[in-house]
Design a protein around this ligand. Sequence first.
Ligand SMILES: Nc1nc2c(ncn2[C@@H]2O[C@H](COP(=O)(O)OP(=O)(O)OP(=O)(O)O)[C@@H](O)[C@H]2O)c(=O)[nH]1
Ligand SMILES: C[S@@+](CC[C@H](N)C(=O)[O-])C[C@H]1O[C@@H](n2cnc3c(N)ncnc32)[C@H](O)[C@@H]1O
Ligand code: SF4
Length: 301
Amino acid sequence: MPEEGVELAPSYHLLTNEEILRLAELFVKAGVKKIRLTGGEPTVRKGVLDIVAGLNALRNHGLESIAMTSNGIALHRRLPQFVDNGLTHLNLSLDTLDPFKFEFMTKRRGHDAVLKTLDAALSSEKLEVVKMNVVVVQGLNDNEVLDFVELTKDAPLSVRFIEFMPFTGNKWDKKKMVPSSVLLERITEKHSNTTRISDEANDTARSWKVPGYRGSFGFISSMSDHFCSSCNRLRITADGQIKVCLFDDKEVSLRDRLRDGASDASLMQVIGQAVFGKQEKHVQMEDINVTTNRPMILIGG
Ligand SMILES: Nc1nc2c(ncn2[C@@H]2O[C@H](COP(=O)(O)OP(=O)(O)OP(=O)(O)O)[C@@H](O)[C@H]2O)c(=O)[nH]1
Ligand SMILES: C[S@@+](CC[C@H](N)C(=O)[O-])C[C@H]1O[C@@H](n2cnc3c(N)ncnc32)[C@H](O)[C@@H]1O
Ligand code: SF4
């Protein structure tokens, strides 16, 4: 989130629940097996539980996973409802285990609330997977890496260390980005028996484990060692644009076509054209154009 915030879109710019579910059905019928809700912040959207329930109904058409990435601040009490409605995978974003640093980094309180959500998620019998996203920024939270690894000792949690990527308004600087190799070295200095474990096809993270620990940790190395060749993601922004790559500022509005009465077949044609226009990989990191792309908070993750 840029320090000055972002302009909130009027609600009619955003996809309605019906529009979201119509697109979801199209994608699932075309073979998509996993859908992730990211926001902005998904938990603050009115009717988000109905979206989860609507996605759950698409299991009949082949949808296997209903995932959400959340800051976890307003979730712990409602988590059982999300899970009852069909949520299967939860990724929580938490960049520090220090409440004071949390307030400094996020400009808000809520560290306790995120930890409560984490507890609720880990004790949920129905949630299949719980992960934690940690964006590592040099000099800010890179000294906490071993503490995050300790979270995996007693909990079936997957912690992912994410390389800091450049987006509009996030004051990115190459010097703030800590390559995953540096973090792995620090971890293996303490845990010399750290072991590489297998990943699912198309995973963003390369995963490791301290033997004997219940959980695991991984690295999302988008900057130092990108995984574009196995990228199978498509993003639909809250305002209904299809975005075929995080770093591609060319977007196509599905919302406008939906509202013009487009048929399923013509929507699929537009989606297909966008997908075929996807670049093989993103440009070199020093060439990423942060001025024309959206801030990360308006992409969703
Ligand atoms: N460069 C790049 N980074 C990505 C991509 N997908 C995810 N990331 C990074 O990984 C972070 C975590 O993504 P999430 O949305 O929580 O989930 P995920 O890792 O994509 O999905 P799962 O593996 O299913 O948990 C994002 O916020 C990005 O920083 C991608 O396609 N490209
Ligand atoms: C933009 S947030 C949106 C979803 C939700 N509001 C949340 O906080 O989880 C999704 C993810 O983007 C990641 N993210 C944000 N800025 C990033 C950056 N500059 N580089 C890499 N990942 C980033 C965060 O770690 C978070 O897990
Ligand atoms: S192609 Fe784009 S979205 Fe896919 S992994 Fe590369 S940077 Fe990420």
